[in-house]
Design a protein around this ligand. Structure first.
Ligand code: KIV
Length: 266
């Protein structure tokens, strides 16, 4: 009998919080990356709207569209077998009312096969989260630095209003979110929120006290061509490795060393 690997599901995340097992989440947008992330045993794959920046070279995540998120989400779900796949709700669907948000999330769920959606929001979006959850769609909240609100927040900067961060996180949990991303918040605030919430927190630039950590794949493996945030630890220097390989290949082509007998048929 063939073994079909079971995906990480909501009860696994809840159990991890209970057992104090640290959770991992990494972004992926394409087939080979999703296969690598899944194969590494990472708990969750986030098809982030960061695709607009790291893949499409845009200046913010705001240009990411619903069609693009569905396109990338479907690829990542097909390429993975173990991780829970969460797809970002792109701007501005969570601000267009409950019905519109449910429609957009339902499309994401139906057309990608993912297990949940993530949406950026404050306590003001609690009714939207509740509406999506009531439709049977798992929601991950995202508070603190909300990149879709970068212009309103005055840049990609630390969010320090502890009371507001707690209120936004509690509102997401009370509305039925299954987890919350805390982006760029002081570590002590992240610790307090993580202790107060019954659901797991995933930190990014939020220190070591969250229930899990999330990073953008390109930052983690050293593939980001633009500025890398200070909270990233580079686990590989893929940019240098790839640039060197390309340079060697070009030289081999120019010197007629490539293709050689081993790469030539007939
Ligand atoms: O879009 C994204 O990659 C994200 C992470 C930074 C959490 O939201």
């Amino acid at each position: 009998m063939s073994h079909v690997p079971r995906r990480i599901a909501l009860p696994d995340l809840a159990a991890a919080k209970q057992d104090q097992r640290r959770l991992s989440m990494v972004t992926a947008y394409d087939w080979p990356t999703a296969k690598l992330v899944d194969g590494a045993g990472i708990d969750c794959i986030l098809v982030g709207d960061s695709v607009a920046m790291v893949v499409a070279g845009r200046e913010s995540t705001i240009p990411a569209t619903l069609e693009q998120m569905i396109y990338h989400g479907e690829i990542v779900v097909r390429a993975s077998a173990h991780a829970m796949v969460v797809v970002d709700l792109p701007f501005p669907h969570q601000h267009l009312g409950v019905r519109s948000a449910v429609e957009a999330c339902a499309r994401i769920l139906k057309e990608t096969g993912c297990q949940g959606v993530k949406l950026e929001g404050t306590a003001g979006q609690a009714d939207v989260i509740a509406g999506i959850v009531a439709a049977g769609i798992p929601v991950m909240g995202h508070v603190g630095l909300r990149p879709q609100a970068v212009h309103q927040l005055g840049g990609y900067r630390m969010q320090r209003d502890a009371e507001r961060l707690m209120a936004d996180s509690l509102a997401a949990a009370d509305a039925g979110a299954f987890a919350v991303v805390l982006e760029c918040v002081p570590q002590e605030v992240a610790r307090t929120i993580t202790a107060a919430l019954p659901i797991p927190t995933f930190g990014i630039g939020a220190g070591p006290h969250c229930d899990g950590q999330v990073l953008v794949f390109h930052d983690l493996v050293g593939l980001s061509l633009e500025r890398v945030p200070k909270f990233v630890r580079g686990y590989a220097d893929s940019k240098t490795t790839i640039a060197a390989a390309l340079g060697r290949w070009r030289q081999d082509v120019e010197s007629r060393d490539f293709p050689g007998p081993a790469e030539t048929r007939g």
